[in-house]
Design a protein around this ligand. Structure first.
Ligand code: COA
Ligand code: ZN
Length: 310
């Protein structure tokens, strides 16, 4: 019924941190990525080569990526344009990720361009990726709804995916930037894309803004989709989308998958330890559930709790 193995891309160091102030010191970001790698995560989105004026938290992308690439996992980074791609190649990223919004309003807010102009800006990125033998994939933001415009037609998402495909891109991430997706909707968009472009490999990127994150993952699993993005501790959110909150939480997803008998190759205890480390770095409580409760295998001593004696 479900895929036997799922690949999780950890986006905590990118989506997770991008909207936060104050600046997280570069060494702490690198330590966080080291902890991700040690927990068994094989794909890590380490940063974004975007304008440091737009996203000051990720101004140290080059140092972070240069350190992360030595760790072993595939290190990806977001690139919005040619300049970003050149910076990513120079820093040694394994994989570049372009991102296009599925609504005009979010495209303007996020990239300061129309959708068509944003797609045109992928052309030089694709050339750089080819020349430097880097993998290139693309994310479609607000694919399940836009905080400015509301519903986004599946046909629009498919049209954008088709345009990216004609630039040679075969891996597409559908981003639920502000947690507007719900199961029926996930089915409709994924089925439309699969029917229009059967050779595209889909990854799902959900936010738990309205509490449907894991339900949406389950829906994806039922469709046979075996790639998901998640952020340790459930940290995250897009600074250019009002009301954006955390990504689905890596360790909670790993827990759900292990309870379903789906392999991830990620050590749950180590993933929870990474989340604790991130809470310490940020100095606040994160929304992840296992951070508080631990896995169900973690039992408590009866004499350690208060008893209600009538
Ligand atoms: N890396 C570093 N600097 C960049 C850059 C990049 N990838 N792209 C543009 N810049 C710089 C330019 O060099 C220029 O600098 P200058 O003023 O010192 O000459 C300045 O930014 C403006 O360049 P321009 O091409 O006009 O960009 P813009 O102002 O239209 O902004 C983006 C476009 C794409 C660069 C900006 O909107 C952006 O970085 N968006 C990222 C949003 C994001 O990360 N969202 C979250 C992920 S979903
Ligand atoms: Zn996101």
């Amino acid at each position: 019924m479900f895929p036997s193995r799922v690949e999780i891309t950890e986006v905590g160091a990118r989506d997770g941190l991008q909207a936060l102030t104050p600046f997280v010191p570069t060494q702490q970001k690198i330590a966080l990525i080291e902890a991700f790698a040690a927990s068994g995560l094989r794909r890590i989105e380490a940063s974004s080569f975007v304008s440091p004026r737009a996203v000051p938290q990720l101004a140290d992308a080059a140092q972070v990526v240069a350190a992360a690439r030595r760790l072993g996992p595939t290190i990806s980074a977001l690139v919005p344009n040619e300049k970003g791609a050149m910076r990513a190649v120079e820093a040694g990223a394994d994989e570049m990720v372009t991102f296009i919004s599925a609504s005009q309003s979010h495209s303007r807010a996020n990239l300061n361009r129309s959708i068509d102009d944003a797609i045109r800006a992928v052309e030089p990125v694709a050339r750089i990726a080819e020349r430097s033998a880097k993998r290139l994939r693309s994310a479609i933001a607000v694919a399940f709804g836009c905080p400015f415009e509301g519903d986004v037609p599946a046909a629009k998402v498919s049209e954008i995916a088709g345009a990216l495909r004609s630039l040679g891109i075969r891996e597409i991430t559908l981003g639920d930037t502000t947690g507007m997706a719900a199961p029926r909707h996930v089915e409709a968009v994924c089925e439309r894309l699969r029917s229009d472009w059967p050779d595209l490999v889909l990854t799902l990127h959900f936010h738990d803004t309205r509490g449907l994150g894991l339900v949406n993952v389950l829906t994806g699993l039922r469709l046979g989709i075996d790639r998901y993005e998640a952020a340790t501790g459930g940290v995250g959110g897009c600074p250019f989308a009002p009301g954006a909150t955390g990504n689905i939480c890596t360790e909670d997803v790993v827990y759900m998958l292990s309870e379903l008998g789906v392999q991830t190759g990620i050590d749950l205890e180590a993933a929870i330890a990474s989340a604790r480390g991130l809470e310490q770095i940020l100095g606040r409580t994160l929304p992840g559930k296992l951070l508080r409760a631990g896995p169900r295998s973690q039992l408590h001593a009866l004499d350690a709790v208060r008893h209600a004696v009538g």
